[in-house]
Ligand binder design. Structure first.
Ligand code: DLL
Length: 448
């Protein structure tokens, strides 16, 4: 975490730095309009409101948000494809959906105004990382139904930067073009940033002298502070965290500024809450729970109290950068990524934090969970670096043993540590697959 910010660029002070009272008054007005609007235009929410007995006139303060029903991912699937749209299809200009390979995807629609709002928040996000019209943005997020590529693209166009619409893959070519085009901003998943760093090293491209990257905007998957340090050292850039999700809009729901003390939520469009995922009860700033988002301004597919399943906490104070928006801290993970092993809750990011503290290990790992004789078993497979082999046989064994104990202290359960040779763990062009849960295969009969 840097204490001295590298810049303090803000895209639009009139909206981003608006006094807090004014921000809240605007949010309330937008919330009231939203409830009114969906009561008329959305058969889905009309029904939900009736069930809960809520009427637009019940929304008198921002706290009245809690009277509204939650929306969950299954509501999107159950109303596939367009039942959650609040506008007729002729007003929709874009449709995205989730990439799941089984079942029906979660669909999201956008009107022209939704697209304009998305461009605006992406312009804010890129500017928060210090990007301007002078930059060359090498965009390796996937273009297509996934919102990453196109979302970044719109923001970069809005600020006037030169965008290279790469998508992921063909790693050598990525490095060649980054070098030849003088890319200054890299946008991709943090795991793919590491793949690119590795590729540059294999190609003999000296990052410090041959690649001009100054900033990286990484998101779409959980990553730890340790991973940030690793990427910054390897790619010689300042790494920023960006968060978002297809159902809500795409990337840009929140973004770090140069102070790196949480992600600013674009809360003039996305009103955040943190709830206890088990009881649904609202939690105050500082307490960890599930992030819930209400889209205040989205037209085509507004979502009320959408349960994201992402685990984080809100900041209680304002950021010194001048923005008055709410902030959330780095995501711990998703409720559905949380592993329950022998009754203990484990987030992959906790394990990542410990692994990356060791110079002997590479930031490539996978967690294999299995059930043997009715007992859960966790195997942590992690790649070695040269430094590991330099230790010599005896010290290698001691190191593995030490790591085993560290994990036991962290997780309160024993795990098997397998240190595998370099470049044996599968790399990804987008979101990394960190968990192989064989228990799911046992119950569903599905094969991965
Ligand atoms: O991942 C949108 C996106 C694209 C965000 C590019 C950032 C950059 P989905 O594919 O719908 O959308 O996945 C959304 O990814 O609920 C989180 O669990 C996870 N996620 C997204 N950003 C972050 C982040 C895009 N910065 C899901 N840190 C979300 C941790 C993230 N997890």
């Amino acid at each position: 975490m840097s204490t001295k910010p590298s810049h303090n660029l803000v895209w639009d002070r009139s909206t981003e730095c608006v006094p807090l009272e004014e921000r809240r008054a605007l949010q309330l007005k937008k919330l009231q309009d939203l409830v009114e609007r969906v009561s008329v235009q959305s058969p889905f929410y009309r029904k939900q409101f009736q069930k809960k007995g809520v009427k637009p006139e019940n929304i008198k303060t921002l706290d009245d948000l809690r009277r509204l029903p939650f929306t969950v991912k299954d509501d999107l699937r159950d109303n596939y494809p367009f039942e959650l749209f609040s506008t007729p299809i002729q007003d929709v200009v874009r449709i995205h959906c989730s990439s799941g390979t089984t079942g029906k995807p979660a669909v999201s629609g956008y009107t022209a105004r939704d697209m304009e709002m998305w461009s605006e928040i992406m312009a804010r996000s890129l500017t928060a990382a210090g990007a301007t019209y002078r930059d060359v943005v090498h965009n390796s997020y996937g273009y297509g139904l996934f919102t990453g590529g196109l979302g970044i693209d719109m923001g970069a166009r809005k600020i006037g930067a030169a965008t290279v619409p790469m998508s992921g893959g063909i790693n050598n070519r990525q490095i060649m073009l980054m070098e030849d085009f003088g890319a200054t901003v890299l946008t991709c998943t943090p795991s793919y940033a590491l793949v690119l760093a590795e590729t540059a090293a294999q190609m003999g491209v000296h990052v410090q002298s041959m690649i001009k990257l100054k900033v990286g905007i990484f998101g779409a998957e959980p990553w730890t502070e340790e991973m940030r340090a690793e990427i910054e050292a390897k790619l010689r850039l300042e790494a920023y965290d960006i968060f978002g999700m297809g159902e809500v809009i795409g990337p840009g729901v929140s973004m770090e500024c140069a102070y790196h003390n949480g992600l600013h939520i674009q809360d003039d469009h996305f009103l955040p809450e943190i709830i206890n995922p088990d009881t649904g009860e609202s939690l105050p700033p500082g307490e960890q729970g599930e992030l819930v988002i209400t889209t205040l301004t989205k037209e085509a597919m507004p979502l009320i109290r959408y349960r994201t399943r992402d685990i984080t906490r809100l900041a209680a104070d304002l950021c010194p950068c001048g923005r008055t928006s709410a902030r959330h801290f780095k995501l711990a993970g998703r409720t559905d990524d949380m592993l329950i092993i022998k009754g203990v809750n484990v987030f992959p990011s906790q394990i990542e934090g410990v692994l990356l503290r060791h110079g002997e290990l590479a930031p490539q790992y996978v967690l294999v969970v299995d059930r043997v004789n009715n007992l859960d078993r966790l195997e942590i497979q992690v790649e070695a670096r040269e430094e590991f082999y330099d230790l010599g046989e005896e010290a290698m064994e001691q190191f593995t043993h030490k790591l085993y104990h560290e994990m036991q202290q962290l997780l309160y359960i024993s795990s098997k540590i397998t240190i595998v040779p370099q470049r044996t763990i599968q790399r990804s062009e987008g979101k990394a697959k960190r968990v192989i849960d064989k228990r799911k295969e046992l119950t569903s009969g599905a094969l991965i």
